[in-house]
Write a protein that binds this ligand. Structure first.
Ligand SMILES: Nc1nc2c(c(=O)[nH]1)N[C@H]1C(S)=C(S)[C@@H](COP(=O)(O)O)O[C@H]1N2
Ligand SMILES: [Mo]
Length: 553
C-alpha cells in the first residue's frame, strides 16, 4: 500500500516534524532523568561551556539586560535549540534512510533504522559533543560520571529514535491514505496550506514574543527598575573623604523597633536569597551516601560521612551573605544563623603540609572555588550543616556548604563534597568567567523604605530605614542625605547580632512638600567610608551609593 514516492522536501518535512515531537518528549525525559536519577543534562553542559566562551563583558551585559533571569533565558534557548537539533536529525535521517528505501517503494522506516539512529546519536554525543564542551568523553569529567552519562544518554536516545520512527510512520501512513486518490483534493490542499501558515505564524509570533520580552526588560531595567538606582553625583565625589579618624562610635539604639518595610534582621530560610549556576535544577544530594573528602597537600587524607561530621564540635554564628552580582540596592543579600564545623578542625586533622597555599572546594554540581589557606584557617570559616536551626535546605547546599565571612557569596560553596589543599593557584567556576578571585565584600548600604516612587504625605512623620553591610569589618555609622550629599544626617543603628552580620538602621523623617532623592552611605568600624564611585558587579562587586526618589505632597 505504501508504493509511494515523496519529494525530497516532503520527506525532510515529515522527518523534521516527527523528530520535533519525539525530540520534545526526549528532552523532557532527559530533564526528568537529570532531576530524579542524576542523568546527564546536555543543556546544563552546554550552558556552562557557553558562559565560559562569552567574554566577561558580554556576560555582564547579559546579566544587566536580562538580569538574574539570564540563566533561565539561556536554558529555555538551549532547550528549544536541543528540540530543533532532534528535529533536524529526524529530517536528515529520513532523507538518507527513506531515500534509499525508495527503490523498494517504501516511505516508512523500520525499527532497525531507529536503533541505528540511537547508536549514531549516542556516539556523536559521547565522543564529540561532550568532549567539545569540556565534559570529557561520555562525561568523564562530570561529577555524575561516565556510567550515568552513558546510560541516561542511551535511554534518551532510544526513546527519541523509536518514538521518531513511530511518529514518522504514522505521518506517512496518514499522507498515503489521504492521497489514496493519487490526487490531493482541493480541500485537502487548502487545509494543508492553512496548517502550514498557522505553523509559520506561530513561529513568528513566538520569536516576536521573545524579542519583546527581552526588549521590555532591557528598557525597564535601563530606567532603573527593581534593583533601584545608584547615585554618585559630582558633589558627593568632591566632598568624599575615604577615612574618618578616629572612627565614629556606633550610636546603637537600645530601643530600636523595626519599622514597616525594613528587612527582618534574620532572613527566614524560605526568604533567604538563592543563587546558583545551575540552569535547570540544583543537585539533590543523599546524605546517607555522601562523604566529605579532605586530601591534597596533607599528611593524612580522610573522608567523613554526614553523621561523623555532625558528631564533630559545632560552632554557631550569625553571618550575612551577599552575591558578587548584587547591584547597588539589590536583593541578593541576607542574614542567617549558621552552625557547622570549623574548616580549621578538618584541616588540622588532615595535617596541612608546609608550602600549601590554597584550599579548593569541589561540589556535587561540578562547581568549584578556592580560598587562601589563611582564610580557610580563620575561626569563623565553617563547613555549615544547619541554617536558622534547621538542617540546610536543598537549595542552600544540603548536606553541607562552606561559610567564609568577609568575601562574596560565590566562595560559599554549596553541596560541597571534596576539600583539596594545594600549593599552586586555582581558578574556580566564576573566576574562569572573569570574576574576582580574592572577592572581598565591598561595603554597601540599602534603603528598604520608602520604596522608589512612593508618594508621601507632607508633615506626616515617617521613617527612612534599611540595612548596611561590610562583610567582616562592621558598621559604625550610617548617614542619609536629602540634598545630594551636601549634608548628611546620622541614622540610629540596631546593635548587630554578630561582627559578621548586617546592621539595621533607621532615621525618623517628617518631610515637607517637594521631590526628594534619598541617598545612603555607611562607615565601617575602622572609619572607612563607603566609596561613592559607581561600579557594575563585574568583576569585583558593585559600588556606589543607593538612592531612592520620592515625592511629598
Ligand atoms: N555548588 C555551588 N555552590 C555555590 C554556587 C553554585 O552555583 N554551586 N553559587 C554561589 C553563589 S554565586 C552564591 S551568591 C551563593 C549563594 O548561596 P545561597 O543560595 O545559599 O544564598 O552560593 C555560592 N555557592
Ligand atoms: Mo553569587
Amino acid at each position: 500500500m505504501q508504493d509511494f514516492v515523496f519529494s525530497r522536501r516532503r520527506r525532510f518535512g515529515i522527518g523534521f516534524l516527527a523528530g520535533l515531537i519525539a525530540g520534545i518528549v526526549a528532552s523532557g525525559l532527559m530533564l526528568l532523568l537529570n532531576v530524579t536519577l542524576n542523568g546527564v543534562s546536555l543543556p546544563q553542559v552546554l550552558s556552562s561551556a557557553l558562559t565560559q566562551l562569552i567574554p566577561p563583558s558580554g556576560f555582564d551585559f547579559l546579566f544587566r539586560t536580562v538580569g538574574s533571569n539570564a540563566k533561565h533565558y539561556l536554558f529555555y534557548g538551549i532547550f528549544v535549540g536541543q528540540c530543533l537539533v532532534f528535529a533536524l536529525c529526524g529530517g536528515l535521517c529520513n532523507l538518507l534512510v527513506a531515500g534509499r528505501a525508495k527503490e523498494k517503494g517504501h516511505e516508512q522506516l523500520g525499527w532497525l533504522s531507529g536503533v541505528m539512529l540511537a547508536v549514531v546519536l549516542w556516539l556523536a554525543t559521547g565522543l564529540l559533543f561532550l568532549p567539545l564542551t569540556q565534559a570529557g568523553v561520555f562525561g568523564s569529567l562530570l561529577t555524575i560520571g561516565v556510567f550515568n552519562t552513558m546510560l541516561s544518554l542511551a535511554v534518551v536516545g532510544l526513546v527519541f529514535s523509536l518514538l521518531f520512527v513511530y511518529i514518522q510512520n504514522w505521518l506517512v501512513l496518514r499522507v498515503v491514505r489521504k492521497q489514496a486518490g493519487n490526487e490531493l483534493s482541493e480541500r485537502e490542499a487548502l487545509r494543508m496550506y492553512e496548517r502550514r501558515t498557522i505553523l509559520r505564524r506561530g513561529i513568528i509570533a513566538l520569536g516576536a514574543g521573545i524579542v519583546g520580552v527581552l526588549g521590555w526588560r532591557f528598557i525597564s531595567q535601563g530606567l532603573g527598575g527593581s534593583a533601584g538606582s545608584a547615585s554618585s553625583s559630582g558633589s558627593i565625589i568632591q566632598d568624599y573623604k575615604s577615612q574618618i579618624s578616629p572612627p565614629p562610635t556606633p550610636n546603637y539604639d537600645p530601643n530600636f523597633a523595626s519599622v514597616s518595610g525594613l528587612s527582618p534582621e534574620v532572613t527566614s530560610n524560605d526568604q533567604y536569597y538563592v543563587v546558583s549556576k545551575n540552569v535547570f535544577s540544583d543537585p539533590s544530594v543523599d546524605a546517607a551516601g555522601w562523604h566529605l573528602t579532605v586530601d591534597g597537600e596533607v599528611e593524612h587524607p580522610f573522608s567523613v560521612s554526614y553523621n561523623e561530621l555532625l558528631a564533630m564540635p559545632m560552632q554557631k554564628q550569625y553571618e550575612s551573605m551577599m552575591c558578587i552580582s548584587n547591584e547597588v540596592g539589590g536583593q541578593y543579600m541576607s542574614n542567617g544563623l549558621w552552625e557547622g564545623v570549623r574548616l580549621e578542625t578538618l584541616l588540622n586533622r588532615a595535617g596541612v603540609k608546609a608550602g600549601a597555599t590554597k584550599v579548593v572546594l569541589y561540589a556535587a554540581d561540578d562547581y568549584s572555588d578556592s580560598i587562601h589557606l589563611a582564610k580557610a584557617l580563620e575561626p569563623t570559616t565553617l563547613v555549615a550543616v544547619h541554617m536558622n536551626g534547621q538542617k540546610l535546605p536543598q537549595g542552600h547546599g544540603y548536606p553541607a556548604r562552606l561559610l567564609v565571612p568577609g568575601i562574596y557569596g560565590m566562595k560559599h560553596v554549596k553541596w560541597v563534597t571534596h576539600i583539596q589543599v594545594i600549593d599552586t593557584d586555582f581558578r574556580g567556576y566564576w573566576q574562569q568567567r572573569g570574576w574576582s578571585d580574592a572577592a572581598p565584600i565591598r561595603m554597601t548600604s540599602r534603603i528598604d523604605t520608602p520604596l522608589p516612587g512612593t508618594a508621601l504625605t507632607a508633615e506626616k512623620p515617617t521613617y527612612i530605614a534599611g540595612v548596611a553591610f561590610s562583610g567582616n569589618q562592621g558598621i559604625s555609622e550610617v548617614d542619609v542625605s536629602l540634598d545630594n550629599g551636601q549634608t548628611w544626617q546620622r541614622a540610629m543603628l540596631k546593635k548587630p547580632l554578630s561582627a559578621l552580620s548586617w546592621v539595621l538602621w533607621q532615621l525618623p523623617w517628617t518631610p515637607s512638600k517637594g521631590s526628594y532623592t534619598i541617598i545612603v552611605r555607611a562607615v565601617d568600624l575602622k572609619g572607612k567610608v563607603q566609596a561613592p564611585y559607581l561600579a557594575p558587579p563585574l568583576p569585583d562587586g558593585s559600588s556606589g551609593y543607593h538612592s531612592v526618589d520620592v515625592t511629598v505632597s
